[in-house]
Design a protein around this ligand. Sequence first.
Ligand code: HEM
Length: 348
Amino acid sequence: MSVQAWIVERIPVSGEQLRELTNEPVPNHLKRWWFCLGGTPAYLFLVQIVTGILLAFYYQATPASAYESIRYITEEVNYGWYFRSLHKWAATFMIAAVILHQMRVYFTAAYRRPREVNWLIGMCLLMASLLTGFTGYSLVFEQLSYWGATVASNLSDAVPVVGPIAKEMLLGGVTYNEHTLSRFYIVHAAILPAAMILLLVVHISLIRLHGVTELRSADDPVDKPTHFNFFPDHLYTEIIVGLVLMVLLSALATILPAELGPKADPQTTPEVIKPEWFFYVSFRWLKMFSLTFAVLSTGFIVAAMFVWPWIDSLLVRITKNRDASVYVGIVATMLLIGLTVVEAVLEH
Ligand code: HEM
């Protein structure tokens, strides 16, 4: 009996059935890389899982040994510096790719009926990606990661009702203590990745069920096909994007490897506390307003982002203009870039 026949007898799925399952016709605009940006965070998420497992072989989540275990990974483990740097750069790229993918979805209004639920799932993926970045940064137990986590947990006190409870659950106490790091670790390495895998299964299934949003323009040629095959055409595009990213990540990991700042010292507050770049915008916002206003308005903005598909349909009805959300998006993008740059340039 041939190997193929042996396998098919035990797993009775034919190649034809598999091809049918994966071969979604994809609209032509997905040939442009900025339209199919969703595949990029999916690929980077895989890189994070593989490099994260390798780091977990050596990382120890206690205040007494976390910093030393990271120093050991960086300086003594074979290729430890490389995998740690890959993990760090892929995290940066993943969050950037999620934001760019969300912008593409937003500016092409691909969240409109019937894809509102997938927008909600996407928002959960955005929150989970940001939280994973935050908890990962805190695991290093250097001055900045320790004080960043302390500032962030103090901020949640300003959120009415749920804030103090969330803070205590995350820290494992009222303030940062010896249980905090292991909480961050389990949230970073188990709870959030598991939640993201579940969310991604639903996200991708819904995309498969609805198909990707069709975008037609008046000058599209009428005699050319409007779709191409997912398998193998689109898969090849994704493989090429993955290979280019791998080269880029390896180059960055080698030229600009992840460093290790001074060890956390709970007695000495550093002069300048900065979060990771993806929180610059919220950090600058906090510095511009009173604590209560900044925290409540951030909550309000995030809530509005969640329900944006419904706000958008209200806007269209009121303004009778289907592009109203584009103007809101342009202002929001300019604010996002502006505040991030200001926070990056200014020390305080
Ligand atoms: C880990 C994060 C994410 C991954 C891996 C991911 C993956 C994908 C993929 C592969 C697609 C197919 C089309 C494309 O490549 O653009 C897609 C479409 C979509 N995504 Fe995401 N996504 C993520 C986050 C988000 C976020 C943050 C949002 C918005 C809040 C979002 C909302 C959507 C919507 C509405 C579609 C349908 C687009 C259409 O029909 O044109 N996704 N996503």
